[in-house]
Design a protein around this ligand. Sequence first.
Ligand SMILES: C[S@@+](CC[C@H](N)C(=O)[O-])C[C@H]1O[C@@H](n2cnc3c(N)ncnc32)[C@H](O)[C@@H]1O
Length: 382
Amino acid sequence: MKTEHVVKDRYANAAKAPEAALCCPVDYDKKLLEAIPQEVIEKDYGCGDPSKYVREGETVLDLGSGTGKICFIASQVVGPAGRVIGVDMTDDMLEVARRNAPVVAENIGHANVEFRKGRIQDLALDLEVLDAELKKRPITDATSFLAADDLAEELRVTRPLVATDSVDVVVSNCVLNLVEPGAKPQLFREIFRVLKKGGRAVISDIVADEDVPDHLQRDPELWSGCISGALTEEGFLRAFADAGFYGIEVLTFDTQPWRTVEGIEFRSMTVQAFKGKQGPCFERNQAVIYRGPFKEVLDDDGHRMERGVRYAVCDKTFSLYKKTPYTAFFEFIDPLDGIPMESANPYDCARTTRRHPKETKGQDYRATAQTISPCCDGGSSC
Ligand SMILES: C[S@@+](CC[C@H](N)C(=O)[O-])C[C@H]1O[C@@H](n2cnc3c(N)ncnc32)[C@H](O)[C@@H]1O
């Protein structure tokens, strides 16, 4: 049986009655749970809490939203100015989430959550829209089968489930592992697509400390139980990098495994990754110094920098480093005479070169001055 059908069946049942084997203890903010009906809380199949990292006013997308708990928590954090979209492929999960949304809205005083049906590895295709269209033109033969394929392609463009560049933060709680191996690269590309430039993904999931052997991957119980579809710790981080993310960081890592199978430890990890390193590079004579504590660092664009050395960076890298998650690690040096963006020349970001201080100050700079006022009062010796 196809992995996806096994997963759908298991979660359809878990939407009807709580399944203890799927629950992993998570320390949610109790105050934020008060507004959420017990039915939703009981059918909690998460392994972390990515909602801790969303902010007021943001547009949040929750992948594999289940009965809606993370969406309902995020709804309170983003407030009335923000919005939350949950995506799930299982009708019974969507039914519970949609039925409870007005209850939560009533309790918190605003309604900003909606649930959409789709597969998280194909966030462009709205399965309910496709369903409605196929009722008008059912598949009866090979020709209508092929036409349905064309229709799906057209809907992805004309009526996408989640539009490109539309989301501030993509969250997910214990779902990515459930997607079949062949679709995982596309899943990460889809997360990247829907995020706005400067947006981020915060994903809690189960990871394995060793490669999961084939016989465990073929076990439907272990797969649908969020175990054997887990990527390794390293593979999980690499998947973000391969999709074009930068600033990838482990936010939480459970020291205790959730489960151990044949000596392989499966535990929860939360990872944050940013979209926005793509784009043209321009020379504006800016420099950065990596502050340490490591002897050197390597960023997701291949810049390798030694601690304490002044490096030339393009305007894009300079701006990226000034933001989370990099800013605390660097000193920033602007040129004495700034180069306006309109007259900046293209910069070759493929190389990392030192920036001589004369480049920032100007070749003719010969000043002798005391720019900082004396540190001691009373004209003493310092
Ligand atoms: C382990 S549960 C987690 C539910 C929820 N995030 C929570 O914290 O309780 C996995 C959920 O992801 C959904 N799911 C699994 N694979 C999916 C896919 N490929 N596309 C969309 N939803 C999926 C399931 O229907 C189920 O609701």
